[in-house]
Design a protein around this ligand. Structure first.
Ligand code: ADP
Length: 469
């Protein structure tokens, strides 16, 4: 069985969030058991010199609507996985994969149409049996695969239903799609073209990244308008929990950390915290350190953290926030940081700093409104930072409350059953009480560090699905 795994971002070449981590870690686990090749765009911000043109030295053309696009194929190895890179000028001419501070790239329909069509051509070229697509950027490949390679088996994974790839009706013609796809059963969505719908409708199997999210997206509260459509296709919908690359996220060997540590030698964690606080001007390294790492969006509950901030900052703790996104949230945080010496705010994307924060933290605050799986809480477990989470999606499937015995999940943390400023304050109070019980706190953190957060079990579930298709 030959697999092709397609994603718009794969770590370390491009990363805007969890998709990138998963698109590296899952194939890296599968490669031990299956013949797998990955593919992503070779964006201009990636150093092209590092990659060879494929041994086959292939370049090919694809047609979308009235236009012909020249594709060149490069390749490299990523954690044991042969990785193909698709280069086409319009697709790759960007500084970040999807857009910038001014909004989405206006050519995203065409850009990811080009990528999706190229993926189908590559499936033919490499005699692929199972094509695994990820999120809307690759979803149109499911539709074209049905037309061009009807024997190809297609698995489509939804990493976040909130991002559907919505475009004006004119995109149908622009991409050369047949008009009869533009129906409610196909890719039409309230008068617009919806790429995500193509992935759901035309794949043989649809997966999402946790069992709970697989159930939630069938409900209006979490379905982002596609709950009815997903219900129609629910017989082929599966929830498989994500994992993390435990070699990359390993406090014992992580090169970003001033001091390496692990469940057998936790003393190093304290040094990381002390050094982090000193380096960033946070006073009192003996106080609990709570971190937030992630996109500044309502999804992550950051607006509610900001609401609770005045009270949080009056508590006996330090708070460190790293992320990017909403300008308004960023400004509110910076303003608060200017007035409080127990709040550190870093705007932007910084991989090393994020690792140092997980290592320094006593707690990770992650009060998401919805969370398809969430990787931060898994990384936090591995780095001995106790997660404070809401009870949704993958957070529900991975973190149980320390006071409610739940043997079905591995990680222990503090669970908010509803999301409000009041609940965040209450949960942080609970966290600080736990922190004061030094031994109990260390025991939980240590046990969390030994949780299996790898991709091993999930990779087996994916293999099983590939075989079934
Ligand atoms: P998302 O919904 O954004 O995909 P996930 O929890 O699935 O969230 O994954 C987020 C990943 O991105 C984690 O590896 C997290 O550490 C990382 N991350 C998020 N924001 C930043 C940032 N500003 N700097 C560095 N890493 C970040």
């Amino acid at each position: 069985m030959k697999l092709l795994f397609a994603a718009a971002e794969i770590f370390p070449y491009a990363k805007t969030g969890g998709l990138s981590d998963v698109a590296q870690a899952l194939p890296a686990t599968l490669v031990k058991r299956a013949d797998i090749v990955s593919v992503m765009p070779l964006y201009d911000f990636i150093d092209r010199e590092k990659f060879a043109l494929t041994a086959m030295n292939e370049s090919f053309q694809i047609t979308l609507g009235k236009d012909i696009f020249e594709i060149s194929l490069f390749e490299g190895m990523n954690r044991g996985v042969r990785t193909l890179f698709v280069y086409e000028a319009l697709l790759c001419n960007c500084m970040t994969p999807y857009g910038d501070q001014n909004g989405d790239n206006p050519n995203n329909d065409l850009r990811f149409g080009i990528f999706s069509k190229a993926v189908v051509v590559l499936s033919q070229m490499f005699e692929i049996d199972v094509l695994h697509l990820n999120d809307w950027h690759t979803a149109l490949a499911a539709l074209w695969a049905k037309e061009i390679l009807p024997k190809l088996h297609v698995v489509f994974t939804i990493h976040n239903l909130a991002f559907q790839g919505l475009f004006p009706r004119g995109s149908v013609e622009r991409l050369g799609l047949r008009e009869d796809y533009f129906t409610p059963e196909g890719i039409e969505f309230w008068g617009r073209m919806n790429c995500m719908k193509a992935g759901i409708a035309y794949s043989d199997v649809v997966t999402t990244v946790s069992p709970t999210y697989a159930k939630e997206i069938l409900l209006p509260e979490f379905g982002c308008g596609l709950e009815g459509f997903l219900q129609l296709h629910s017989a082929k919908l599966h929830g498989i929990l994500n994992g993390i690359d435990t070699a990359l996220f390993d406090p014992l060997t992580d090169p970003a950390l001033p001091k390496n540590y692990g469940p057998g030698k936790v003393a190093g964690k304290k040094s990381n915290k002390r050094l982090f606080c000193e380096a960033h001007g946070l006073k009192g390294a003996n106080k609990a350190l709570i971190v937030f790492i992630g996109r500044f969006t309502e999804q992550k509950g950051l607006d509610i953290i900001i609401e609770a901030l005045p009270k949080l900052l009056n508590m006996e703790c330090n708070l460190a926030i790293l992320g990017e996104g909403s300008e308004t949230m960023s400004k509110a945080l910076s303003k608060a940081a200017g007035n409080h010496d127990n709040l550190l705010v870093r705007s932007g994307y910084d991989e090393s700093l994020s690792h140092q924060m997980y290592a320094a933290a006593d707690f990770l605050l992650m009060p998401s409104r919805f969370e398809p799986c969430g990787l931060n809480q898994l990384i936090a477990l591995r780095y001995g930072a106790i997660p404070i989470v809401t009870n949704v999606g993958g957070l529900h499937d991975t973190i149980g409350d320390i006071d409610e015995v739940n043997s079905s999940v591995c990680g222990q943390g503090i669970v908010l059953h509803t999301l409000s400023g009041k609940m965040i304050i209450q949960s942080v109070k609970r966290a600080l009480q736990l922190f004061a019980l030094t031994r109990h706190f260390s025991k939980i953190a240590k046990t969390n560090m030994t949780c299996d957060v790898s991709f091993e079990e999930s990779a087996k579930a994916y293999l099983e699905l590939y075989r079934k298709t």
